[in-house]
Design a protein around this ligand. Structure first.
Ligand code: SAM
Length: 369
């Protein structure tokens, strides 16, 4: 049996409250796996390393992550074989998109071999799984062709300013912004287009880069997405007054080029979309702080050492690596993952306040941003 279950219908195994209007049955006709709020599992973010070659002040501040910081030893990282095996089980549970991240994923030796393994994954019905990657772009000019050849479908580059000074204020590293721009150009050249570029905006630090970044995106054809500065982890000393809200971002850009809201590309898309009225493209905003999207969140995250997190703002993860390494069968593994998703009740961003931001949360670079 294949088909659609109408909203509110009492499903056989007792799920009565479903926030999505319609639930697509799985290819085998089974009910999809959903969490306590009726959210299916669709996206998996895999962090492949906890190391990074930048020290962005809002993510891995240098004062905390200096040369004495104990990064994970190699044996603690999931191997490519382990990642592939886990990813297969996630696909069985409904995952259709896998994003490799970090840390900086291009620092993981042989990353293109992992992409190649994951790009071969298929659902039971033979549908492909989309493989994407998020990078700071520093090593992208060297790696873009190999990633494309390995089967990477999409790439997102993080870039918080266009001038060396603005870039350095955010990244706290001695890397010319040209290095990242060359990486983006190479990604476009090898056919990884449209390249998405994510820009975190922090009040008092890089607001002056908003309009130059929008202009550059319009000219180069990259899809720019502004990210509200979030209270991930606890080492960045986040304060609400440093957040430039989605509305301010829209107003700032629209004052130069009039915009109008665009429809979401797909249900659960995290970025709100705005289109330029003159037809020269669009931009997005990921507004986890002022417009939370927990009710549509279909993501699981896996850290480099194999902890499963069901929310970006989680306080703790489940040790999947232990299950992988204790001789469990695939059936035991898939049951473990399914149980974790069924129990999921996270909606941190909807509950956020200055006091919740003081909770001892896991750092974003560790769980995979
Ligand atoms: N190194 C890769 C990169 O730079 O894209 C992948 C990891 S990085 C943690 C992923 C994304 O998280 C980047 O776009 C980064 O700007 C974003 N990020 C990190 N900390 C953040 C915060 N506190 N608020 C908003 N975005 C954040």
């Amino acid at each position: 049996m294949r088909g659609i279950v109408e909203r509110g219908q009492v499903l056989q195994d007792g799920f009565m409250s479903i926030p999505f209007e319609k639930i697509q049955l799985t290819e085998t006709g089974a009910l999809p796996l959903v969490d306590t709020m009726g959210r299916p599992l669709r996206d998996l973010r895999i962090s492949v390393t906890d190391r990074c070659n930048l020290r962005c002040t809002y993510c891995m501040p240098r004062a905390v992550f200096d040369e004495n910081h104990p990064f994970l030893p190699r044996a603690e990282l999931l191997s490519f074989e382990e990642i592939e095996r886990l990813a297969q089980q996630f696909v069985r549970l409904g995952v259709r998109k896998i994003r490799l991240t970090g840390g900086e994923p291009l620092l993981r030796r042989g990353i293109e071999q992992l992409v190649e393994r994951l790009a071969r994954l298929q659902t039971a019905g033979g549908a492909p799984v989309e493989i994407a990657l998020t990078t700071n772009g520093v090593l992208l000019a060297k790696k873009a062709q190999a990633l494309k050849d390995a089967g990477l479908a999409r790439i997102t580059v993080s870039l918080d300013g266009l001038s060396d000074s603005a870039f350095r204020r955010m990244s706290d590293a001695n890397v010319p912004v040209r290095t990242v721009l060359d990486g983006i150009a190479e990604a476009q050249r090898v056919g990884l287009a449209p390249v998405k570029v994510n820009m975190v905006v922090r009040r008092g630090v890089n607001e002056s880069s908003i309009v130059p970044m929008a202009r550059w995106a319009r000219e180069t054809g990259v899809t720019l997405r502004f990210i509200e500065y979030m209270d991930v982890g606890h080492s960045n000393g986040w304060r609400l007054d440093e957040v430039v809200s989605a509305q301010e971002l829209i107003d700032t850009v629209s004052a130069v080029w009039p915009t109008e809201p665009a429809d979401p590309g797909y249900r659960g898309e995290v970025a709100g979309r705005w289109r330029y009225v003159d037809g020269l493209g669009e931009f997005g905003i990921i507004s986890s702080v002022t417009r939370p999207f927990c009710r549509d969140c279909t993501r699981a995250r896996l850290s480099a050492d194999g902890k499963l997190y069901t929310c970006l703002f989680a306080v703790a993860g489940l040790d999947v690596r232990a299950v992988l390494r204790d001789g469990s069968t695939d059936e035991q593994l898939v049951t473990f993952l399914a149980d974790a998703w069924r129990a999921r009740d996270d909606r941190y961003s909807e509950l956020r306040s200055q006091s919740t931001s003081d909770l001892p949360k896991v750092e974003m670079f560790a769980m995979g941003g």
